[in-house]
Design a protein around this ligand. Sequence first.
Ligand SMILES: NC(=O)c1ccc[n+]([C@@H]2O[C@H](COP(=O)([O-])OP(=O)(O)OC[C@H]3O[C@@H](n4cnc5c(N)ncnc54)[C@H](O)[C@@H]3O)[C@@H](O)[C@H]2O)c1
Ligand SMILES: [Zn+2]
Length: 366
Amino acid sequence: MSHGEQRIFVELGSRRYPIAIGAKTLHQLGALLAETFANTNRRVFIISNPTVAQHYLATAQASIVAAGFNHQAADVALMDDGEQFKSLASFSAIVDHLTSQQVSRDCIIVALGGGVVGDLAGFVAATWQRGVPFVQVPTTLLAQVDSSVGGKTAINHPGGKNLVGAFHQPSAVLIDIATLATLPDREFLAGLAEVIKYGIMADGEFFDWLESNLDAILARDSAALIYAIRRSCEIKADVVAADETEQGVRALLNLGHTFGHAIESYTKYQSWLHGEAVAAGMLMASRLAAQTGHLAVTDCQRIEKLLQKSGLPLTPPASMTADDWIALMSRDKKVKAGKIRFILPTAIGAAVIVDDITQQQLVAIL
Ligand SMILES: NC(=O)c1ccc[n+]([C@@H]2O[C@H](COP(=O)([O-])OP(=O)(O)OC[C@H]3O[C@@H](n4cnc5c(N)ncnc54)[C@H](O)[C@@H]3O)[C@@H](O)[C@H]2O)c1
Ligand SMILES: [Zn+2]
């Protein structure tokens, strides 16, 4: 398999955009911007954090300057590293920076980092001067397969995660798998949980491929990573093109998330990474599906086996009682008309939205 750049597209009519995937593609950021924005006189402003910037900022900047864009050292804003900094305070600090640098409406914002940087930079782009274009350069596996694609942007508020946000699609996404070389193992596995999710909810062949190629992925083999990321992005791009603002099928991407959010919330977003909670949540959703006759028991076992082999944590905190679960899941923002909605797999490669699970069925698997 070639390690050259591969492209797929998110088909959103006039807002169609490319996802460029490859190894060492960060050098081509300037060229991608030049191709996306005909006018290279524009100012390019980068948002990142110190952890990512120390490894990748210089390459990104050199490439932008080499392509002829207007970019100075001051056209960079670094937010602090961490989910707790996806905040109104960080947003405000970046807006102060844009104001003091007199960044105008025809700027281009580049988000260089994981999902935290991407969500916040995207929200800055959605709101700065009523909206400016932005490009995602995701550097975590989770951001590469999930958060950088689809245009959901947000910041947190003390009242809840992602409470303030906007739909604002990027103009392009550049994925350089070489950036994963510095990603800690735990973060890598958390991203892998979302990759496995795509196989379960949408593509049985991809799930088969994951079963056969898990070792190569865990060894971060380039060809295997490019394929896994590409297929994940294709699935997400198709779902987003079909249902950009989550009126229907886009909700299927939340497989495992109703349970997962309950774990994250119970542990106050301190001890479980999002992808880890989703992995445990997918297993619970699969068990609920098997127990209610939506999913064959053998398929549930395959899901469990793949998750287990990947090394993801699958056992929720022992102290969580059935009452805790129900209380937390009822508060999830996906609850409609007081009913907890579950995304349940119906086969390996298919899922449905179900809202008629009884309390008894639920308690049986908790
Ligand atoms: N917008 C969406 O559709 C969407 C979807 C899923 C998740 N999210 C959001 O994404 C966020 C989580 O994103 P995440 O998992 O990428 O976490 P993250 O952005 O916090 O990144 C995880 C850690 O890895 C570091 N890091 C990033 N790239 C690195 C690299 N290449 N090498 C070394 N370290 C690196 C980061 O600095 C951070 O410490 C959450 O806020 C979540 O709400 C958004
Ligand atoms: Zn997720």
